[in-house]
Design a protein around this ligand. Structure first.
Ligand code: GLU
Length: 315
């Protein structure tokens, strides 16, 4: 089934940062993102969010794609990269500046922390220090700033934005004065991800639920740019047993290669991921095609996954 929005084929995506090997928590989220797209015949794209591109990025990209393919995922070409699109983001920023939707900010992280610690400061978020400065105020901030160059912030103003997350349910959030361009001149993640959802015609955004708090700001940016708001589906994180903290590389055998080294097969890992998500029975061993055919988002388990594969008998 193919649906068209403004001539753009609707798609889902998975958008990792190529900073290392994906761990099973990431692979699990990618599996959900892929199933969500493919089960109704939509496109599925890979986007590498490589704001801090460094030498090893290409190697990490290859390794991430290899692990996803080993689990049975496929994607539509081209694979895209944030770092290929600086000119596009600059053009969007110029437009937002022109429309007076932004302001330059000379606050360092320390300034923001200190302002937040002051009595009567807003409980969280940007304290507003540079929001309403006139020309003189800006010149003063520039002269005394602890940062070399200002960042550019959205005039979010704490505006409420509600949305219904396809996994989490109704979310009421606010739009903070988030950074759109960092002090080093690069566009921020929140800006690039929003522009990319529009340009790629993304219909369904599946990602880990630690990004729920920034979603209202991304929705706001998409609205300001007259884009189509995607459906958001935030999947609970994988957490380490014992600590309950988000799974990290130090928590034992957590990458596909590490699991394979102790005897797991890609099929075993995929099946355990699907079982942990509630997408198949505990005695079933579905193929990727079976998972696509039977995918039902309403069955998704809505609590964090306590990681246990490295304590189990590999298969
Ligand atoms: N690149 C982000 C990450 O790896 C994901 C952002 C997103 O899916 O919107 O955490």
């Amino acid at each position: 089934m193919t649906r068209l929005y403004g001539g753009v084929m609707p798609v889902g995506r998975y958008a990792p940062s190529p900073t290392g090997t994906l761990h099973v928590g990431n692979l699990r989220t990618a599996l959900v993102a892929w199933l969500w797209s493919r089960h109704d015949g939509s496109g599925f794209r890979m986007r590498f969010e490589d704001h801090d591109r460094h030498q090893a990025a290409t190697e990490h990209e290859r390794a991430q794609l290899r692990d996803l393919a080993a689990l049975g995922l496929d994607w539509d070409e081209p694979v895209t990269r944030t770092s290929d699109r600086w000119a596009r983001y600059d053009a969007v920023l110029d437009e937002l500046i022109e429309r007076d939707l932004t302001f330059p900010c000379w606050c360092s992280r320390r300034d923001i922390r200190e302002a937040a610690a002051a009595p009567h400061a807003p409980v969280e978020g940007y304290p507003g220090t540079c929001r309403d400065l006139d020309g003189t105020g800006r010149a003063e901030r520039a002269a005394t700033a602890r940062v070399e160059a200002p960042s550019l912030r959205l005039r979010g103003g704490g505006e409420p934005v509600d949305f219904v997350d396809a996994v989490v349910g109704p979310v009421s959030g606010t739009v903070d004065d988030i950074v759109l361009r960092r002090g080093d001149g690069l566009p921020s993640y929140n800006l690039t991800v929003s522009v990319d959802e529009i340009d790629e015609g993304i219909e369904i955004v599946v990602r880990a639920d630690d990004l729920v708090p920034v979603t209202p700001a991304q929705i706001r940016i998409i609205q300001l740019l007259d884009g189509m708001r995607p459906t958001y589906a935030h999947v609970p994180l994988a957490v380490a047993p014992g600590t309950g903290r988000r799974l990290a590389k130090r928590d034992g055998a957590v990458t596909l290669a590490e699991l394979e080294a102790v005897g797991w097969t890609a099929e075993g890992v995929r099946t355990e991921l699907a079982r942990s998500l509630g997408l198949c029975g505990l005695d079933e061993v579905p193929t990727p095609a079976d998972l696509v055919a039977s995918f039902d988002p309403t069955r998704l388990v809505r609590r964090p996954w306590i990681y246990d594969l490295d304590e189990r008998t590999p298969w």
